[in-house]
Design a protein around this ligand. Structure first.
Ligand SMILES: [Zn+2]
Length: 427
């Protein structure tokens, strides 16, 4: 990329909700100068960013790329292009591929594919148990030696507490952490939707919130007892949020994430068996939405993560119980959170950038990427006056299983720059 001068932008950061007017000159992949009134030298591409917002690019720690094994849903190539389309320049993959990522050899395979196909950094988590079967420990030390930081059987909880405790004791001395998908399977039923008024109306056995909350409490308690660091994935209920708040007050080394869909939607949105609102943990109630938002603002939730979970149209068109759980999220997260919350002053850019850019990177042992003079270029340009329609054409994911399909929301992502590469260019 030749040099790039972005004029009249407003700069956002995790430290404040205020936007600072500045021009930004990018040279050789670095932010060479930041001040107002930078003159364009010859040969420099100039973008007039008046009214637009320049901010650190996002980082998503909960991604299902489906490769290897389910490439009809997504590949590392299509999934990372979807990330770029959503302003995300780094991802952490979940290990529930086929075969599962449970050994050093599988981690190497993922990094080989990513090295060939991805334009952004790709990190992977590794399984806690072999094949995610909950029976014996995975090749944890081999994966950790390749830089894996997050161990998880995401999609399932580890049912055997003794095994989980053993893994935590074993891994506590390494620089890694556990991530828990919390669910007591005996309570889950067919894992289709929340147990409540909607499950009763539709005549489908529901999964009660306590299925998630009991396991969450169990896992944090085990981590607290063993000294392991624990991260709680995709919290969906008020008591779940309160459980984490309580354990944090107790001094437990626990972090937690909330997904855009658990903030924005609830069981009522399922309407007439719409599988675009089917995921695990399921959407709960409007009261849970409010509690999760409160937890996000208060810092009970350290990060936002999408749980991007692509499925083919055929799979999602099956009946509500049979259709697989999960929706895509990478391409809609920033715009939907702007549309529903930031635009309405529910929270500001500072919070979003802290929870969806800086903190996820810190959790993975990486440095945040603030837009500052001398910093690496790793940013997006957002237009609050723009609009985005999430058509199949617009989206880069192989799958379009999202409630936002063909909907128009306020805001658009006009430019994504990483180092000396313009990854996305609608400026
Ligand atoms: Zn997941």
């Amino acid at each position: 990329m030749s040099s790039l001068l972005i004029q009249n932008a407003r700069i956002a950061s995790e430290d404040s909700d205020d936007l600072t007017p500045s021009d930004v000159l990018v040279e050789n992949g670095t932010i060479a100068r930041m001040e107002q009134g930078i003159e364009a030298a010859e040969g420099v591409r100039v973008i007039d960013a008046a009214n637009r917002i320049l901010m650190p690019a996002m980082f998503d720690t909960h991604i299902h790329m489906r490769e290897p094994g389910q490439e009809a849903k997504e590949t590392i190539k299509s999934g990372t292009e979807a990330a770029i389309n959503g302003g995300v320049t780094g991802v952490v993959l979940m290990p529930n591929t086929a075969p599962a990522i449970d050994s050093a050899a599988m981690v190497r395979t993922i990094y080989d594919i990513a090295g060939r196909d991805a334009r952004i950094p790709v990190y992977t988590s590794g399984c806690i148990t072999k094949g995610r079967e909950g029976k014996e420990l995975a090749g944890i030390d081999g994966m950790l030696s390749l830089g894996v930081k997050m161990l998880t059987d995401d999609g399932d909880a580890v049912p055997n507490m003794s095994l989980l405790k053993h893994a935590m004791e074993y891994a506590a001395e390494f620089d890694c952490f556990f991530a828990s998908h919390c669910e007591v399977l005996e309570l889950s039923g067919p894992r289709a939707l929340n147990e409540g008024v909607v499950s009763h109306r539709l005549g489908i056995p529901g999964t009660p919130a306590c299925s998630e909350e009991i396991c969450m409490d169990r896992d944090i308690r085990l981590a607290h007892a063993t000294g392991a660091r624990l991260h709680i994935q995709h919290v969906s209920s008020r008591i779940g949020m309160e459980t984490i708040r309580w354990w944090k007050q107790m001094g437990a080394k626990v972090t937690a994430e909330v997904s855009p869909h658990h903030l924005l939607f609830n069981e009522e949105d399922i309407g007439d068996y719409d599988t675009h609102y089917k995921m695990n943990p399921p959407l709960r109630t409007v009261e849970d939405n409010a509690a999760l938002l409160e937890g996000l603002k208060e810092g009970v939730f350290d990060i936002i993560a999408t749980d991007h979970a692509p499925h083919t149209p055929f799979e999602k068109s099956q009946d509500f119980v049979t259709a697989p759980n999960g929706i895509t999220g990478l391409e809609t997260a920033v715009i939907s959170l702007y549309h529903h919350y930031i635009k309405n002053n529910e929270f500001g850019w500072g919070l979003l950038l802290n929870r969806y850019s800086a903190e996820p990177r810190r959790m993975m042992g990486l440095d945040p990427v603030p837009v500052i003079e001398g910093g690496k270029a790793d940013f997006l340009l957002f237009n609050p006056d723009g609009q985005t329609t999430f058509t199949a054409d617009y989206m880069q994911s192989k799958s379009q299983n999202t409630p936002f399909l063909d909907k128009t929301l306020d805001g658009s992502i006009d430019l994504v720059v990483l180092g000396d590469e313009v990854l996305l260019d609608r400026a």
